[in-house]
Design a protein around this ligand. Structure first.
Ligand code: UD1
Length: 371
């Protein structure tokens, strides 16, 4: 009987694991599955609400590692995860995405000889100043099964010397969650509750250290948002890191048309994304969700590890400056629309493909090498 241990730690992990657990159960009801929450994110609206909305099972173990420097956080994940791994002795550890918990658990598993499957493998920004890029590179080097969301990811892995036999192009698992949750999101009333008209507001999220930890960059971005709000109201659910940094800005006045909210749950956020005029973000996953939904996305970053959202989707990179952001916002207001062509295998069926692979061990989809 196969034993599979899933790891979640931070907010973007939850929609990636949620579809996988039932997909594995459907494939093999006898498979033993365990869910480990490292506790990298711990607030109700950064963690618990996702368990409720996405119907994730209660974690079998909670490691309560909390926040800290990168070394502290990664080290605490490793120290806490090792005894858990020895207790459960799974056939597979499944890690997702690129957060510190992903790398910490992959490293412990690999050293104890437990096979690691990495969901969302192969994404590269080629920017090693981002902690997530280091996490992606290292996790992929030690993983035994690399499950990729897009063809560029396969090419990155092959270029880094990963044997082709370890790589499987399975599609984007976040889209499974999105497809499943769309009908439920249609029942939410948050847009009406906030008094927003369909297609007539801007949705903002920001949390990357390079945008929000430097006060002059944060001021530039906020200045652009305030000006954009003269055209359409801005809805800005604020990440805890960003909230602390905005609070520390001396003399900043936030226009009442910029609505600073607590972080939202999955369903409310999806509801607001679907009907936004545009989304301004530095998130990874939101670039993908907007591409699937056909909503214009401006990503406040110099690069992206998700280039298909630019080549196939609605995403565009913008600099972290007032002028750069406003120019891009204006171009969307003036009717610029990227043609949408949903990336291959972003079809809501990725979890099933991963489940079959984990349970059979054989590659399911060999990658088209022409990407
Ligand atoms: C982490 C991930 C990032 C991901 C992001 C999504 C890494 C390296 N970074 O960054 O890739 O995009 O999550 O949110 O793993 N905090 C709270 N409550 C919480 C969680 C965090 O108040 O529930 C505070 C912490 O005290 C800390 C700050 O938010 O001051 C940052 O949290 P941390 O987990 O260190 O990194 P993120 O910026 O969230």
């Amino acid at each position: 009987m196969t034993r599979i241990l899933h790891v979640v730690g931070a907010r973007p992990n939850f929609p990636k694991v949620a579809p996988l657990i039932p997909a594995i159960r459907q494939e093999d009801a006898a498979c033993d599955q365990f869910l480990i929450h490292t506790g990298q994110h711990y607030d109700y609206n950064m963690s618990r609400i996702f368990f409720e909305e996405l119907e994730l099972p209660e974690p079998d173990e909670h490691l309560n590692i909390g926040t800290g420097t990168h070394a502290e956080q990664t080290a605490r994940v490793m120290l806490a995860f090792e005894p858990v791994l020895l207790k459960y002795r799974p056939d597979w550890v499944v890690v997702v995405g690129d957060v510190n918990s992903t790398l910490g658990c992959a490293l412990v598993s690999s050293k104890l000889g437990v096979r690691v499957a990495h969901v969302e493998a192969g994404l590269r920004s080629f920017d090693r100043s981002m902690p997530e890029e280091i996490n992606r590179l290292l996790t992929d080097q030690i993983a035994d099964l690399l499950l990729t969301p897009s063809g560029d990811a396969d090419m990155n892995l092959l270029r880094e010397g990963i044997p082709a036999g370890k790589i499987s192009f399975v599609g984007n698992i976040m889209i499974d969650t999105l497809v499943k949750m769309l009908p439920k999101s249609e029942l939410r009333t948050i847009r009406q509750d906030l008094g927003l008209q369909e297609g007539e507001y801007i949705l903002v999220t920001l949390h990357r250290p390079f945008n929000v930890d430097d006060s002059s960059t944060l001021r530039e971005i906020l200045a652009a948002i305030q000006i954009a709000s003269q055209r359409y109201p801005v809805i800005f659910p604020v990440h805890p890191r960003t909230r602390k940094n905005i609070a520390a800005l001396v003399g900043i006045q936030i226009d009442p048309r910029v609505h600073l909210l607590e972080p939202l749950g999955y369903l409310d956020f999806l509801t607001l994304t679907r009907s936004a005029a545009l989304v301004l973000t530095d998130s990874g996953g939101i670039q993908e969700e907007t591409t699937y939904l056909g909503v214009p996305c401006l990503t406040v970053r110099p690069n992206t590890e998700r280039p298909v959202t630019i080549t196939h989707g609605t995403n565009r990179l913008v600099p972290s400056t007032k002028g750069g952001i406003l120019e891009a916002v204006d171009s969307v207001f003036n009717g610029f629309r990227a043609p949408i062509d949903r990336p291959e295998l972003w079809d809501g069926k990725t979890a099933g493909r991963i489940a079959r692979l984990l349970l059979s061990g054989a590659p399911l989809v060999s990658h088209p090498p022409d990407v």
